[in-house]
Design a protein around this ligand. Structure first.
Ligand SMILES: *[C@@H]1O[C@H](CO)[C@@H](O)[C@H](O)[C@H]1NC(C)=O
Ligand SMILES: *[C@@H]1O[C@H](CO)[C@@H](O)[C@H](O)[C@H]1NC(C)=O
Ligand SMILES: *[C@@H]1O[C@H](CO)[C@@H](O)[C@H](O)[C@H]1NC(C)=O
Ligand SMILES: *[C@@H]1O[C@H](CO)[C@@H](O)[C@H](O)[C@H]1NC(C)=O
Ligand SMILES: *[C@@H]1O[C@H](CO)[C@@H](O)[C@H](O)[C@H]1NC(C)=O
Length: 403
């Protein structure tokens, strides 16, 4: 039995490597990345935008087409929702000790320094896999893995609308830089990745996960979507702005009158998104013009590992929207032939950001496969206690088999 399992997973694995940097995808040909300056925004309030047609209507039929389309989706998210992620800066140095790393990033005229703490495991084998945890770990710590903790507020504060533009990211790139806090944190994660690739800290840069809970879970998803060197992304109870699709959360609020967080609310609450997103959140009717949604943000993580958890205990997180949106994201994993590299597990009710016992074996399977390289591990996890069924009307597009 084990033998056959191993065979069937090996067949999938040979198709696409699970971790395939560089940081950004293949940005050539440039026509993929360039958006027309006068892109016409189409009102799609009751459907999720089609991941498998480019903005000029060309169908995505091959893996190369998808790579190009993914570049376009990254450009759209930067322009309309998250702000621009600056590339690796010209000056980048680091000092690493047994308990931390200091990263100095500069543009040649000024520089900033931020730090992350490092905790080595008591057992295991170097070079170790590692988890980059935003503000600390809320998921179980796997034996044999390093934990790198990043205090996200030092990078970009998120303490209400007044805190926009505060943190070392803005000290370097300017207070008015388009990136919201989630994108600024993703930039810091990529700089840590640069350091791990360049230094011998006994950490394997090809076996890195990123995680966070709640607002930090939204951030973890952005970090995974915008750096292809990250092997595993674990957004925990990320809710609206993470696992949820803006349009479905909007329907939960406006149609079903459920107290769910929407784009309209979130832009007034904090500075997680770019101010460029505000135009889609002026009321309950503008979000339909956004040319992307979060099934595509999660889909940018494919073909790498993604395991997200949700909690039906909080309507605010958008329970039904989480299920709908991550099921739509799985269509992208399916198109790439790697459906089982995306896990989704929605249980509860339980305390926000407490990790329930019944998800322990699931997350361990993702650790085993993507951090410890045990490819014959079953990561087919897609479940909810919410009793929802996937509402096909959100997805009027079909799913190609890309090869
Ligand atoms: C990082 O910088 C802080 C403050 O200067 C210092 O206390 C710490 O030892 C440094 N850590 C490393 C790894 O260099
Ligand atoms: C959006 O809809 C909700 C629920 O109907 C309502 O409470 C809220 O005031 C609306 N927001 C705006 C800006 O109209
Ligand atoms: C988009 O379409 C919906 C449904 O027809 C409509 O209610 C909404 O006002 C439109 N939004 C914009 C910004 O035109
Ligand atoms: C993998 O695990 C899931 C959930 O426990 C189960 O439904 C499925 O049958 C398993 N797949 C294989 C190939 O063993
Ligand atoms: C799902 O259905 C079961 C069985 O009817 C019920 O016990 C449970 O409360 C439902 N879950 C939710 C989140 O409504």
């Amino acid at each position: 039995m084990r033998f056959f399992l191993a065979l069937s997973f090996a067949a999938v694995v040979s198709a696409l490597p699970a971790s395939h940097g560089p940081e950004f995808g293949d940005d050539s040909p440039l026509s993929c990345a360039r958006l027309p300056c006068n892109l016409e925004l189409v009102n799609q309030t009751y459907i999720l935008p089609d991941p498998f047609h480019s903005i000029d209507g060309e169908p995505v039929t091959t893996l190369a087409d998808w790579s190009c389309r993914a570049t376009q989706i990254r450009a759209l998210f930067q322009k309309y929702e998250l702000g621009v992620k600056p590339p690796r800066p010209p000056v980048l140095t680091s000092t690493v000790s047994s308990s931390g790393v200091n990263v100095t990033a500069g543009d040649g005229t000024k520089s900033v320094t931020f730090s992350a703490s490092i905790s080595y495991p008591p057992s295991g084998t170097a070079p170790y896999p590692a988890i980059i945890a935003y503000d600390g770990l809320n998921v179980p710590r796997p034996a044999g893995a390093v934990i790198i903790t990043l205090n996200v507020d030092t990078i970009a504060q998120q303490n209400g609308p007044q805190s926009r533009g505060v943190g070392v990211f803005y000290d370097l790139y300017g207070k008015d830089h388009s990136a919201g806090a989630l994108m600024a944190w993703a930039w810091a994660v990529s700089r840590i990745m640069d350091v791990l690739e360049a230094t011998s800290a006994n950490i394997n840069p090809r076996r890195i996960a990123v995680t966070g809970c709640s607002r930090n879970g939204k951030g973890a998803m952005v970090a995974g979507a915008f750096d292809q060197r990250i092997a595993l992304t674990i957004p925990q109870e990320s809710g609206s702005g993470g696992d949820a699709c803006w349009r479905v959360s909007r329907a939960m609020l406006v149609k079903d009158q459920l107290a769910t967080q929407t784009a309209w609310e979130i832009v007034g609450e904090d500075v997680w998104f770019s101010t460029n997103f505000n135009q889609f959140a002026t009321d309950n009717y503008t979000v339909g013009l956004l040319p992307v949604d979060h099934h595509e943000l999660a889909g940018l993580i494919a073909p790498r590992g993604l395991y997200s958890t949700e909690n039906v205990g909080f309507l605010w997180l958008g329970a039904q929207s989480n299920w709908e949106c991550m099921t739509a994201a799985n269509k992208i994993y399916q198109a790439l032939g790697v459906a089982d590299r995306q896990g989704f597990s929605q249980d509860g009710p339980h305390d926000h950001c407490s990790f329930p016992y019944d998800q322990t074996a699931e997350i361990q399977a993702f650790y085993d496969r993507f951090l410890f390289g045990k490819e014959d591990t079953n990561t087919s996890v897609f479940r909810t206690v919410g009793n929802w069924t996937y509402d096909e009307s959100w997805q009027p597009w079909s799913v190609p088999e890309l090869a």
